[in-house]
Design a protein around this ligand. Structure first.
Ligand SMILES: NC(=O)c1ccc[n+]([C@@H]2O[C@H](COP(=O)([O-])OP(=O)(O)OC[C@H]3O[C@@H](n4cnc5c(N)ncnc54)[C@H](OP(=O)(O)O)[C@@H]3O)[C@@H](O)[C@H]2O)c1
Length: 265
């Protein structure tokens, strides 16, 4: 059955989730997190420093924990990486919860950073009973598909937007069956998809933020798209746009051609 555009069970986890996940990395305000809850968002990515999220969620979801998907993780650093287990325990305390739904190892820019040690630490986390799934965020897309096929990961977080479409060839067709959870990030390409690229006509049409998120969600291989608004106003504008549903043919053609213009600069 074709899942709803904005709500679908998450592969592997089963939780019926809003396909827009919220991140409070850009400090959108506590009100934004509360509004997101009111709007039915239930996938939250948090890092620990994003206090607008960590101060609101524990009380808001208490008693209904199974209705929410909490995602977090540890970072690959320039030298070494955060200890995965200690980071997980800290995040559990911050969110006052007994488990994390999806625990990521973030920032695997190249496969060499997914060392045998990291692999073992992540597997230990996977078997700890404290998480429901493990994932990496990576710029080495073929590696993500490889790990998903090998069953090393339950999910992967990959860059995908109208100007960065490599996942369409390097990840989506290579996913195992049944499809794993795929989270898209950088839908707006750090805002570049909202601005005129160099050489673009002054009065040329620009995508709305909503169109950027709808572009990502229109791809059935993407389980969920992250959104990191900078304010309540941005959040409201984005949600109103996203509720328009999948891009139609003309909008999709425009997003692809605008994405190419952005990619070329
Ligand atoms: N693991 C990795 O390698 C990796 C890489 C990238 C991102 N991430 C994480 O993924 C999460 C999601 O980030 P994302 O980049 O995917 O989020 P996003 O929602 O695609 O992008 C956020 C950017 O879009 C702009 N934006 C959003 N709505 C807007 C609006 N209505 N009007 C104007 N500008 C708007 C914001 O601009 P303003 O800030 O100017 O408001 C912000 O710069 C974050 O937690 C991020 O840290 C991880």
């Amino acid at each position: 059955m074709q899942p709803d555009f904005l709500r679908a069970p998450l592969p592997g986890l089963g939780t019926h989730a809003c396909r827009i996940g919220l991140s409070a990395t850009y400090r959108p305000g506590r009100e934004t997190v509360k509004r997101a809850l009111d709007e039915g968002l239930n996938y939250f990515l948090f890092f620990g420093f994003d206090t607008h999220m960590t101060s609101v969620l524990p009380d808001a979801i208490a008693g209904r924990r199974e209705d929410y998907v909490l995602a977090t993780g540890a970072y690959n650093l320039i030298l070494g990486h955060q200890n995965l287990r200690r980071t997980l325990e800290r995040r559990l305390r911050q969110m006052k919860t007994g488990y994390i739904d999806l625990f990521h190892f973030f920032g695997v820019t190249r496969r060499k950073y997914f060392t045998p040690r990291v692999r073992d630490e992540l597997q230990a986390i996977r078997e700890s009973g404290l998480v429901r799934g493990v994932s990496i965020s990576t710029h080495d897309r073929p590696f993500a598909a490889e790990l998903l096929r090998e069953g090393v990961l339950d999910a992967a977080m990959v860059r995908y937007n109208a100007a960065s479409r490599a996942a369409e060839t390097e990840v989506f067709p290579l996913l195992p069956d049944p499809r794993p959870l795929v989270v898209g990030f950088t839908a707006t390409r750090w805002g570049q998809l909202l601005r005129r690229p160099r050489g673009y006509p002054e009065t040329g049409r620009l995508p709305t933020p909503g169109m950027c998120y709808r572009f990502v969600l229109s791809n059935p291989a993407v389980s969920l798209c992250l959104m990191a608004p900078g304010s309540l106003r941005e959040f409201e504008q984005n949600i109103a746009g996203i509720r328009r549903g999948p891009l139609d043919e003309e909008e999709m053609a425009f997003m692809r051609s605008f994405g190419e213009a952005v990619h070329g600069h």
